[in-house]
Design a protein around this ligand. Structure first.
Ligand code: NAX
Length: 331
């Protein structure tokens, strides 16, 4: 039998936390034969609620679950962690300036970076979900210099999956037959959902999405805005932000990172830019990646047309601005 893997979920008493911990305990993140130990962190006001989640995890009698720690002590939470899913953060409240939200999150991610660096396994893999996800991940990277930059990522897989879902609905094909969409850039409304390289597996082989949809107008306008604004549409409908789809996509992100992407297909991940596609190094930017043996690499050599170029650069601009806002909060 495999040694258990220790998974940290921060903000575990929140909505995404409540949705993701049973998925992890059932093997949706690391596979059906991988035992796990869950470490759940939240803040003092949520301590009792967090303990309730722990009680439910025990009551669900998950065979793969080999231990549960529920704590408000960030150092205890980070001890020996192999996978860290950072969901906890300070939400934007009505009337709050962007700078105020940024400032709160910068101090949270700075502190948690140090705690991870001191206590986690040397090869810990980190996924930041909490918004602003790309910039929180960047701050975490800057304040955890001993964690390799390749090990710090942020979630844009939900946006990627939303794009797959929209194509599947439009063409009335199984979502599992659609692949190789790309989310470029920031997990925000400036992200660029790109279908130029996407395909659908049909009985006649793999066909480009552009050929099958045969409606460039829809692909270049409504499709893009629907994916960009999907988070807001869910909030409007549910009066709460997306949680089950975020949790499921976070499991997809880690699963593919650890276990690998299928041959011939890629996924979107927010990763530390190396200058690929002219995106300046030093940003956490969402790229198409393939994963093998626990390592991601950016898919190279895709043709970027002029329309796409503008969109890739616009979302990079926003990240540059966020980065300087974050740095100004540190002073
Ligand atoms: P909730 O407000 O339900 O939960 C957040 C939890 O974090 C709360 O229990 C809170 O007490 C806790 N928390 C706050 N500060 C903390 C700290 N310093 N340490 C540990 N825990 C702390 O929000 P939820 O709906 O679960 O969303 C969580 C985050 O995910 C938000 O920042 C949200 O914006 C972000 N999202 C990111 C997505 C993505 O694709 N990257 C999509 C979904 C989601 O909107």
């Amino acid at each position: 039998e495999k040694e258990p893997v220790t998974v940290l979920v921060t903000g575990a008493a929140g909505q995404i936390g409540y949705a993701i911990v049973p998925m992890i305990a059932r093997g949706a993140m690391l596979g059906p034969d991988q035992p796990v130990i869950l470490h759940m962190l939240d803040i003092e006001p949520a301590a009792e609620s967090l303990n309730g989640v722990k009680m439910e995890l025990i009551d669900a009698a998950f065979p793969l679950l080999r231990g549960v720690v529920a704590t408000t002590d960030v150092h205890e939470a980070c001890k020996g962690v192999n996978i860290a899913v950072m969901v906890g953060g300070f939400p934007r409240k009505e009337g709050m300036e962007r700078k105020d939200v940024m400032s709160k999150n910068v101090s949270i991610y700075k502190a948690q970076a140090s705690a991870l660096e001191k206590n986690a396994a040397a090869d810990v893999k980190v996924l930041v979900v909490a918004n602003p996800a790309n910039t929180n991940a960047l701050i975490l990277k800057e304040f955890a210099p001993s964690i390799p930059e390749k090990n710090i990522t942020c979630l844009t897989r939900l946006d990627h999956n939303r794009a797959l879902g929209q194509i599947s609905e439009k063409l009335n094909v199984h979502v599992g037959d659609v692949k190789n969409v790309i989310i470029w850039g920031n997990h925000s409304s400036t992200q660029y959902p790109d279908v130029n390289h996407a395909t659908v597996t049909t009985s006649g082989g793999e066909k480009p999405v552009r050929e099958l949809v045969a409606n460039d107008q829809w692909l270049n306008t409504e499709f893009i805005t629907t994916v960009q604004q999907r988070g807001a549409a869910i909030i409007k409908a549910r009066k709460l932000s997306s949680a089950l789809s975020a949790a499921s996509s976070a499991c997809d992100h880690i699963r593919d990172w650890v276990l690998g992407t299928p041959k011939g297909s890629w996924v979107s991940m927010g990763v530390y830019s190396d200058g690929s596609y002219g995106i300046q190094p030093g940003l956490v930017y969402s790229f198409p990646v393939t994963c093998e043996k626990g390592q991601w690499s950016i898919v190279q050599g895709l043709k970027i047309d002029e329309f796409s170029r503008g969109k890739l650069d616009a979302t990079a601009e926003e990240l540059i601005e966020e980065k300087s806002l974050a740095h100004s909060c540190l002073n």
